[in-house]
Design a binder for this molecule. Structure first.
Ligand SMILES: Cc1cc2nc3c(=O)[nH]c(=O)nc-3n(C[C@H](O)[C@H](O)[C@H](O)COP(=O)(O)OP(=O)(O)OC[C@H]3O[C@@H](n4cnc5c(N)ncnc54)[C@H](O)[C@@H]3O)c2cc1C
Length: 438
């Protein structure tokens, strides 16, 4: 797997994954050569950058987006493909920090983003393997009343209609002795995130955006009237820039780089399981559990199991990673012992210490949208929209994210501290499981 601190562009092509193996749009976007001038230059072609470019195009701009590798090469083209509203930070903590009405406005942004993702797929939903099966959050712990109360709280706060499911009903579909009660997010989608990101970039390009791959920004300079972004073979002269480089930012900007930790997480795709799948799973919904080190998974038409989980600062690969992920899977579903892996891969998310997206203006004309690790895809689309709206219309919704600033994430020691914290959280979950589930 790629290194988080590697210079972007060091490795242009997609890593081996289910997504790259089933890539739809095989045509590339051009590499930037020579100088181009634009109102807004977006740096980074993951979902955050592409969503920013899409929103700018929808508001009448013709931005230029430069991506170091390929569109969707980072987390956006490797993830679990689950799309639902919300943030990584717990809802209770957000309310405690900013108050209920502010929290409601933040959640509205991701509810709207979910609608935007649906709209941007247009008539391509089938090609993007998108479906609206919904997604379950299931409790690993036997804590009567906790999930039910949470559903009441979150439905009111987020203005959603999540459904509570008791343990017995849930286990009819997901046959693991580890599971307790659960709630369903009916609006949640599953999609082919790499194809979606590339599709959105293509639509933005057709709308007038310049989209460039294999064009890493290597230098950013302030000019009299704006900015000059230099790439390996060209440059972009822009009134404004928006940086969306996430965990792969390297040293391009010291302040932004130091505000997020690159945290790796992983996915395994099994072989098609045929009738064996039914011994474990009979539902088409996505599932994740509520341990700190949780698993998230879904099944495919061909009966293969798409299994995500773990976070770490290390980056196991190949057969070693397949075994680690398979061992996790068998803890939940021991009845699947003996099934084989098809492919496993990982990717880095940009993780801020406060677990909320980092969105704002570093100095006049220098915007950023990053730190979506854990918060995920709807948050990237919400981020792109508020930044574009601020640039084009002077809208101030981006200020909803001001309380969650560019806190120092602890580099170069951050990864070690975070890995240690992760192990401690795993221990805490194991103790909680022993205490509650006896
Ligand atoms: C394995 C995995 C599973 C996940 N599962 C889910 C899930 O199921 N649901 C969900 O909502 N979220 C999930 N996430 C998180 C989600 O994928 C991310 O939050 C989101 O994709 C972040 O998008 P981004 O655009 O900020 O970052 P990225 O997608 O990482 O994009 C950053 C881009 O910036 C580019 N870049 C960096 N430096 C430069 C430079 N100097 N010049 C030009 N370009 C540069 C990189 O090449 C990269 O393409 C998962 C993440 C991973 C890794």
């Amino acid at each position: 797997m790629d290194k988080p601190y590697a210079h972007a562009g060091e490795k242009y092509e997609y890593i081996d994954s289910y997504y790259s193996r089933t890539l739809d749009d095989k045509g590339g976007f051009p590499q930037l050569e020579g100088d181009v001038t634009t109102s807004v230059c977006v740096i980074g072609g993951g979902m955050a950058g592409v969503a920013t470019a899409s929103s700018l195009v929808e508001k009448g701009e013709k931005p230029v987006l430069i991506e170091a590798n390929r569109i969707g090469w980072g987390a956006s083209g490797r993830n679990g493909g689950f799309v639902s509203s919300g943030y990584s930070k717990g809802a209770g903590d957000i309310v405690k920090m900013v108050g209920k009405s502010h929290a409601r406005e933040l959640y509205k942004l991701t509810n709207d983003a979910l609608d935007t993702i649906n709209r941007r797929m247009g008539d391509q939903a089938d090609n993007l393997k998108a479906n609206n099966y919904g997604h379950f959050e299931v409790s690993w712990f036997n804590e009567p009343g906790v999930v039910e109360n949470y559903v009441e709280f979150i439905n009111d706060l987020m203005d959603v209609n999540y459904e509570y499911w008791p343990k017995e009903k849930f286990r009819d579909y997901y046959k693991s002795n580890h599971y307790h009660d659960a709630y369903l997010k009916p609006q949640a989608l599953q999609l082919h995130s790499l194809n979606y990101t590339r599709h959105s970039a293509r639509v933005a390009e057709n709308g007038g955006a310049g989209i460039y791959e294999k064009s890493p920004a290597v230098d950013i300079k302030k000019t009299e009237n704006g900015w000059k972004v230099t790439t390996e073979k060209g440059s972009v002269t822009a009134d404004r820039i928006v940086m969306c480089c996430s965990a792969y930012i390297g040293n391009l900007n010291f302040r932004l780089s130091n505000a997020t930790l690159p945290v790796a997480t992983y996915v395994l795709l099994t072989e098609p399981l045929g009738d064996r799948l039914k011994s474990a799973i009979e539902g088409r919904w996505g599932v994740s559990d509520n341990r700190f080190s949780s698993n998230y998974y879904r099944t495919f038409e061909d009966t293969s199991l798409f299994w995500g989980g773990r976070v770490s600062m290390f980056n196991p690969q190949g057969k070693k990673l397949e075994k680690i992920m398979m061992d996790d899977l068998l803890v939940v579903y021991p009845q699947l012992k003996g099934i084989k892996a098809n492919v496993a891969w990982g990717g880095f998310m940009g993780y801020p210490v406060h677990k909320m997206p980092q969105i704002g203006e570093l100095e006049p004309g220098f915007w950023y949208a990053q730190g979506f690790g854990g918060s995920g895809m709807t948050a990237t689309v919400a981020g792109g929209e508020v930044v574009a709206d601020a640039i084009v219309n002077g809208d101030e919704r981006y200020k909803l994210f001001e309380p969650f600033g560019l806190d120092y994430a602890g580099k170069p020691f951050g990864p070690i501290v975070a890995q240690t914290a992760y192990w401690l959280f795993q221990l805490r979950d194991a103790y909680k499981e022993w205490r509650l589930n006896r």
